[in-house]
Design a protein around this ligand. Structure first.
Ligand code: NAD
Length: 362
């Protein structure tokens, strides 16, 4: 049987450690994978002068399936996010982040099984920004005040643009409804701030309602304002099912929901486009844990479960998820972040947790 080629981008910080743990677990399922490893991020930037070399994009475009570890993005200055660039370059328009509470995980709730669908290509993440005091920002301010004389701004503001389009909203809301159908879910909730941002979020809400009409009788629909949604999720998460959000709210609410199911170490993710998908954990590169064999590999391994399911290897996906669930339930061979006391000396390292998961598959 020919091997399935998958692009692996190990990332930086804790990325290479959690990627290796994931790779070993996938290999142990028995699925025949040929890993094509390519590198992106700050280290390759020093060697090749770009954090996203062409061979990375070429490999993902060729193999159509990729999995990546987190990549550090410098804050405030430096190169733009490689993660955002990959999503935009490959038009991976849908970010899928299931948030499931596994038995054994410490949480104030008994049951959480949410699916977050985040729009990945527009909103304030479009990278259309103007630094304070630049000629471009000044021209823009002048133009805005010409177009809208009521617009009031303090002198020399920095400006970020928030495009929200009918095309991208329709596409992501449809994706959310199709995800609901595929996963036997009952309801989609659109999250927005249309009471304040009447044009951008107003469009998002209007289009979401239009798309929802096509699914009437099959999947229920409702909407929530993002601040209210945040409160509801920490009080009554079981009342929600599939959430669909524009890019920025999706990013923030994903981390909030990760907190409900045991933390970022548990939360997997997928970025999906037409016939192409890149899987990655919700968490970042946690630089302080780099090279310490300390980070939790679960989010990365569960991202691989999503990947196996996506490529039709459903049995292998189930086998791997069951093994992860068994180790979480037992609570013995888990990393520090899953112990009641974070200083618990019985916590195991990244690679030992992967060993335990592999053993549980046998
Ligand atoms: P982070 O997710 O790296 O860390 C947030 C907190 O969660 C930290 O306390 C960290 O130690 C903990 N944590 C994260 N992953 C963990 C794991 N697997 N096991 C145990 N604990 C874990 O977020 P941050 O500190 O805001 O960002 C660090 C860097 O990662 C930044 O440069 C950011 O831009 C980048 N980032 C990358 C991605 C991506 O590659 N998709 C996503 C988010 C952040």
């Amino acid at each position: 049987m020919s091997k399935r080629k998958i692009t692996l981008i190990p990332g930086d910080g804790i990325g290479p450690e959690v990627s290796l743990a994931m790779q070993r677990c996938v290999d142990a399922t028995g699925v025949s994978v040929e890993w094509e490893t390519v590198h992106a991020g700050s280290e390759i930037m020093e060697k090749k002068g770009t954090p996203l070399p062409d061979d990375v994009l070429e490999s993902v475009k060729k193999n159509r399936i990729a999995i990546k570890g987190p990549i550090t993005t410098p804050v405030g200055s430096g190169f733009r996010s490689v993660n955002v660039a990959l999503r935009k370059e490959l038009d991976l328009y849908a970010c899928l982040r299931p948030c499931k509470l596994y038995p054994g995980i410490i949480s104030p709730f008994d049951k959480i099984n949410l699916i977050i669908v985040r729009e990945n290509t527009e909103d304030l993440y479009s990278g259309i920004e103007f630094d304070a005091g630049t000629a471009e920002a000044n021209t823009l301010v002048q133009k805005i005040t010409e177009l809208n004389p009521k617009a009031k701004m303090h002198p020399k503001p920095a400006i970020s643009i928030k495009p929200i389009s009918q095309f991208a909203t329709e596409r992501i809301v449809k994706f959310a409804f199709e995800t609901a159908i595929k996963n036997n879910r009952k309801k989609v909730t659109a999250v927005h701030k249309a009471n304040i941002m009447k044009c951008t979020d107003g469009l998002f809400l209007r289009v979401a309602k239009e798309v929802a009409r096509q699914y009437e009788g099959k999947i229920a629909f409702e909407d929530r304002i993002v601040d209210n949604m945040s409160m509801q999720l920490v009080q009554r998460p079981h009342e929600y099912d599939v959430l669909v959000l524009p890019n920025l709210y999706g990013d923030i609410i994903s981390d909030l929901c990760a907190g409900l199911i045991g933390g970022l170490g548990i939360a997997p993710g997928a970025n999906i486009g037409e016939g192409i998908a890149l899987f990655e954990a919700t968490h970042g590169s946690a630089p302080k844990y780099k090279g310490l064999n300390k980070a939790n590999p679960t989010a990365m391994i569960l991202s691989a479960v999503l990947m196996l399911d996506h490529i039709g290897e459903t049995k292998a996906a189930q086998k791997l998820e069951n093994a992860v669930a068994a180790i979480l339930k037992e609570g013995r061979s888990v990393t520090y972040d899953l112990k009641k006391d974070r200083n618990d000396s019985t916590a195991v390292g990244t690679s030992q947790m992967a060993d335990a998961i592999i053993k549980a598959m046998r």
